[in-house]
Every structure is written in C-alpha cells, then in structure tokens.
Design a protein around this ligand. Sequence first.
Ligand code: TLP
Length: 345
Amino acid sequence: MIDLRSDTVTKPTPEMRRAMMDAEVGDDVYGEDPTVNRLGMRAAQIMGKEAALFVPTGTMGNTIGVKLHTEHGQEVICESRCHIQNYELSMVAWFAGCLTRSIVGEDGILSWEAIRKEVRMLSPHCAPTGLIEVENTANLAGGTVYPLETLAEIYHGAQSLGLGVHMDGARIFNAATALDVPVNRIAAYADTVMFCLSKGLGAPTGSMLVGPRELMDKGRLLRKRLGGGMRQAGVLAAAGLISLEQMPARLGEDHANAKLLARGLTSIDGITVDESKVHTNILIIDVSATGIAPAEISSRAKNNGLLFNAVGPKHMRLVTHYDASHAQCEEAIEIIRRAVRRADN
Ligand code: TLP
C-alpha cells in the first residue's frame, strides 16, 4: 500500500526502535526521566526558547498553549481552515473556555492587517481577544508557509496590543526547510510554539510545546490535569531525539515528491492543482471537474494500492513523507489517473 493520507503514518526507523529499547528512563512526573529532560533541553535550544514540555500529541500541545495565554470568555483569532478550530473537537472551547474568531487568509496565511480588524476589546457586547494563533505550515491550505516578514508583523502587532501569539508549528521544520532558514528564526515570532515529532520527523508519537520557562512550568500542571503525565516517557523521548537531530535534514525530499505529484496530477483531466503553490509536503487537489465524488476516487485508489483522503466535497489531500518513496509517488500519479478515468473513455 502507498499511504499518502498523512505524514502521521510514518513508522519509527530501526535506529529509533533501538534507541527506544536502550533509553534511560525515570518518572517524568517527578521530572526524573533523563531522556525526556534531554529532549526538552534540545527542543528549547533548537527553537531558541527558554523551556520545553514533552506532550503525547500535537492536540495536547495546542490545548495547553491556548490555555496558557487565555482566560475563560475570551476569543482566539485564527485562520478558518486551522487545526485548532476544525480538528480538535472544540478543545479551545472545552478546555480554555474561549471561542475562535476565524479569518479566511489567502492560502491559509493571515496578515496583521486582517487580524487587527478582528481584535476586540472588552465591552458590554464583545468578548476580548485573548490570543492570536497561527498555523505554520497551514495544513489544510496545502502546507503553505508564512513569510518571515508576515510573521514579524503579526508578532510585533500583537505585542503592541499586549496579546500573545501561539504557533501551531506541527510542521514548523517543513516551513524552515521551505524558507531555508534555521527553525529558530520562525519560532522567534511566537511566544509559544507547538511542534510535532511524530509527523514528518517520524517519531512514533510525541510533540513539544516550547516557550518561556514560567509558562512551561504552568504548562506542566495543565499537562498533568489533562492526563498527560506519562511517567517513564523516555522510551518515547528517545525516538523524539532522533527525530529532532536527524530528520529535519531530509524533509526536502518530501517537498520534492510533493512537487512531483503536483506536476503529474495537473496532467490529468479534471484535476486542478496549482503546482507553484506547493512548497512543502502537502497538496490539496480539486477533483470536482472529474465528476467523480472524492470518496469514490479514494475507494478506487485504495483498490489499486493507494491511500489518500477527501477533504470536503471537492478536494482531496496528499501528504508526502519518508515512508513514501519517489517511485511510490510516481506510481500514485498513475493510480489516480486510472481512478478518475470515466467508464466511457
Ligand atoms: N493533523 C492530522 C489530522 O488531525 C488532520 C493530519 O493528518 O494532518 N496541528 C496540525 C497543523 C496538524 O496537522 C495536526 C494533526 C495537529 C495539530 C494535531 O496533532 P496530533 O494528531 O498529534 O494531535
């Protein structure tokens, strides 16, 4: 099976499995797991932040991140397709007691100008803005990347109003690869950043929340409250360390494979994808002109050895990763070509 449903499907490398086997562990609720502590130190260092918190999932990292910046009854400004609004079971409302106020950004990218218009102060009618959230790369917009200047404007604009910025950087290393900058240049424009070890970086599970030490100390308590005190989590952190140190350097291959897919798929009648907008490992294709429902295309492709999913009534998503080779991506194009061929031609 060629699996392009997500980069979450990657399996730990043999080196990760060996490191997990040999990991030194302790009780992380007491702060005594040396491997978790090492991972936290490296993550903070690489991101240019004071401290880090190891969490089981990106969702928990975002949940804690949002809660750290907000109070019940506030609003979180975000982009309309973002993960915290669409894929986290209303966690912003459920745990932080806030509403999202979303803005449609071009290609999933917000600007300070657009955000500024939506910032609200407390009044007899309005809940105040508590936080600005940016997702980088913007997953459902096709893995798009924030230009550094745009992030700088948002961050400085937010600061001028006393607002914090949380970055859902699940794929921040893909953004750094696309911009060809060290990842800390991107992280510098957010107070807290969540990033995933378990997506393109290949760890079996785990994400990091990084930011000021005081916030991360509070975050530890929130993690415990959410049931994320993982005890001997060093077995997971050991794989995470390999993700962090070794995997970012190869993300360019995934980006090249995504470009290859985009180029191949534009040659198929009825499929629309703007190759010039594919900069990382995600592509969203419009299949509406094939006249075939995405779910049907998905099921035909599956019967021929390719997994990829619909995102809405017209679009489908393909995600490249280290368990999907160049040759498999070439094969995927041919499987899709056959899947959208009508019976009558
Ligand atoms: N994304 C998954 C699905 O949930 C959609 C995927 O297949 O892409 N932020 C972003 C931007 C994400 O893409 C994801 C996962 C998360 C947060 C949540 O991470 P996990 O799955 O570890 O909770």
